[in-house]
Every structure is written in structure tokens, then in C-alpha cells.
Ligand binder design. Structure first.
Ligand SMILES: Cc1cc2nc3c(=O)[nH]c(=O)nc-3n(C[C@H](O)[C@H](O)[C@H](O)COP(=O)(O)OP(=O)(O)OC[C@H]3O[C@@H](n4cnc5c(N)ncnc54)[C@H](O)[C@@H]3O)c2cc1C
Length: 288
């Protein structure tokens, strides 16, 4: 195995483009190193992105959004007060990943690129309308987060492409988001269902919404029918019921020992209602 530690994304792209065989990027390593130790993945080229300047930075962009470096850990994200105020749902998704030890290493980018349908930070990013900057041989392009995972364990990134940043849009006024997951234990488990809701209110009325579901399909789902159920409502019982119905209808889950199809579909509706209530209270400044 060849270990590389490039000092720019262009250098990383050059190494990845020339690499033959199995290539992995190394961010926190909490997926890659576990897979290597288990013998499940044996990279020929391991490209460590942590020596690239700026990868540990969280910066406000000129439009009021955020640029998050690809090696920012969950712990660093959770310690950033301003980001937590703007996007509590995005941060709480990442903070659910693993233990204190895992939090010190694990990144949003690694969680996204590992390609797990149950990745806890991805629904929050999708509900937020986040994008990633992808750097390749021909420059950079911006891609919606929901378009990165292509199927379990796979991404849409071409060989020689690397994610160089995660971008969150400006939060603006009267807005809130939330992420909830169901796991059979209290922590350190994989989501059986996850749901994120992001919305904006004008007075009591919801004027914008995005709803994302995790672990109920091969990739995280952006459910526009669920968002439509919320928009124009004051989160009354009818809107919550329509939201739950739309969330349940979008699910195409697997059936396994951790949850049957029926259970996962039902829980998707329950979590959508609960996450919407939290996001709504946050948007109205009732809770943090
Ligand atoms: C004990 C334990 C508990 C866990 N609990 C959870 C949990 O509750 N929820 C959950 O969702 N996950 C959990 N995980 C999985 C893991 O911690 C997360 O997926 C984590 O966010 C991965 O981030 P990382 O930086 O460690 O990724 P890495 O292991 O460094 O990389 C993961 C993948 O991303 C790719 N990659 C990394 N950086 C880039 C880049 N810049 N561009 C393109 N591709 C890139 C790598 O090639 C690799 O395929 C757990 C893991 C452990 C060991």
C-alpha cells in the first residue's frame, strides 16, 4: 500500500487520477481504518487529506453561508457555537456518529462518502440544501449532497475526484432544522430510520421546507411530497398527518433483523412528525 499526504487538492487529484487498483481517501479514518483492519478493503493507494491547508476550517462565506473543511471532526463541528445556532439539525446528525473517541476523528465528508444509507449526518445536510465542492482534473464543480451517494457503499464521484469542501447555504431568519434517528439501543448503533426536517416560518405559517429520510432506501431520500405537506400550514394536525403519510409512502426499506419493512415505514412517519415539531419550534425561537 502506498500512503500519500498531499498538501493541495490538485496534488491529491493528480495522485488519485494516476492510481490503479483500490484507492481510498483518508479523513478521520473511522470507516476506512476499520475496513482495512477487517480486511474488507485493502487500498493500493491511501490518500490522506489532512495535510491540505484549510481542511480543518469552518468559515462563514460572503453570502452568509458556511464552508466546512473536509477534515473537520464531529467534535469541532459541535464546538462551533455560531454554526450550531444556524444549523442545529446538521450538527446534531453528526454528533450522533459514534462515541467521544470517534467524534474526535469522524468527518461529515467521510460519513457522506462511505455511502451508507444510514449515515447519520447525511439527512440533515440534504434537508439543509447543502452542496459539496468536487475537485477533479478539470477544476471544481458543485454537487448537491443527495447526488453523491449512488448506492450502498458507492458514490457518484469519478476516479480522480475528491471532495474539497462542504457548503451550507445562508440560514436566514425564522428558520430551524432537526434530525432524529431510531436505534434499538441508546447510542453507538446504526440508524434503523433517520429523518431530518428544515423549514422557515412567516409568523405561524411554514413558507419553506425540506424533508430527508435515511436508512429507508439505498440512498438518503429528499421527499418533496413531505415538504409540500408542510408548506402553507401552521403545523396543525392535518399537516402532520399528511407529512407522515408522505414520508411513509417514500420508503423502500430493506427487511432485516434490525427492523422489518412495516416497522421502518411506520417509524419514518413518527420521526417526520417529531422532527418537524422540533424544527418548527427552533424556527420560532421557542427552543434551541
Ligand atoms: C465505533 C463506531 C461507531 C460509529 N457510529 C456511527 C453512527 O452512529 N452513525 C454513522 O453514521 N456512522 C457511524 N460510524 C461510521 C463512521 O464513524 C462515520 O461514517 C464517519 O463520519 C466517517 O468519517 P471519517 O472522516 O472517519 O471517514 P474515513 O474513514 O476517513 O473515510 C470514509 C470514506 O470516505 C471517503 N472520503 C474521505 N474523505 C473524502 C474526500 N475528501 N473526498 C472523497 N472521498 C472521501 C474515503 O475514501 C472512504 O471511502 C461509526 C464508526 C465507528 C468505528
Amino acid at each position: 500500500m502506498r500512503y500519500h499526504s498531499p498538501t493541495s487538492f490538485d496534488e491529491a487529484v493528480g495522485i488519485a487520477a494516476k492510481a490503479q487498483g483500490v484507492t481510498r481517501f483518508l479523513a478521520g479514518g473511522t470507516d476506512v481504518l476499520v475496513q482495512m483492519r477487517a480486511g474488507a478493503v485493502l487500498p493500493d493507494d491511501l490518500i490522506d487529506v489532512k495535510k491540505i491547508p484549510g481542511v480543518r476550517d469552518i468559515t462563514r462565506t460572503p453570502d452568509g453561508g458556511w464552508k466546512i473543511g473536509v477534515a473537520v471532526s464531529g467534535a469541532e463541528l459541535g464546538a462551533h457555537e455560531e454554526l450550531c445556532r444556524d444549523w442545529p439539525g446538521v450538527v446534531e446528525g453528526m454528533e450522533l456518529v459514534g462515541s467521544t473517541q470517534v467524534q474526535g476523528r469522524a468527518t461529515l465528508t467521510g460519513n457522506l462518502c462511505n455511502g451508507s444509507p444510514a449515515a447519520d449526518s447525511v439527512p440533515g445536510l440534504v434537508a439543509a440544501g447543502a452542496t459539496v465542492t468536487v475537485t477533479g482534473a478539470n477544476g471544481t464543480r458543485e454537487v448537491a449532497v443527495q447526488d453523491i451517494p449512488s448506492r450502498p457503499g458507492k458514490t457518484s464521484l469519478a476516479q480522480g475526484e475528491v471532495i474539497s469542501a462542504i457548503n451550507l447555504p445562508p440560514r436566514g431568519e425564522n428558520a430551524g432544522d432537526a434530525y432524529l434517528r431510531f436505534i434499538p439501543r441508546t447510542e453507538m448503533d446504526i440508524a434503523v430510520v433517520g429523518c431530518a426536517v428544515s423549514l422557515r416560518v412567516d409568523g405561524h405559517k411554514i413558507v419553506e421546507a425540506r424533508v430527508a429520510l435515511g436508512a429507508v432506501a439505498p440512498t438518503v431520500l429528499l421527499v418533496s411530497d413531505a415538504a409540500d405537506a408542510l408548506i402553507g400550514s401552521t403545523l396543525d394536525d392535518a399537516a402532520l398527518e399528511a407529512l407522515a403519510t408522505a414520508a411513509r409512502a417514500a420508503c423502500k426499506p430493506i427487511d432485516d433483523k434490525r427492523g422489518t419493512v412495516e416497522f421502518r415505514v411506520d417509524v419514518a412517519g413518527v420521526l417526520a412528525r417529531r422532527a418537524a415539531r422540533i424544527a418548527y419550534d427552533r424556527a420560532k425561537g421557542v427552543s434551541k
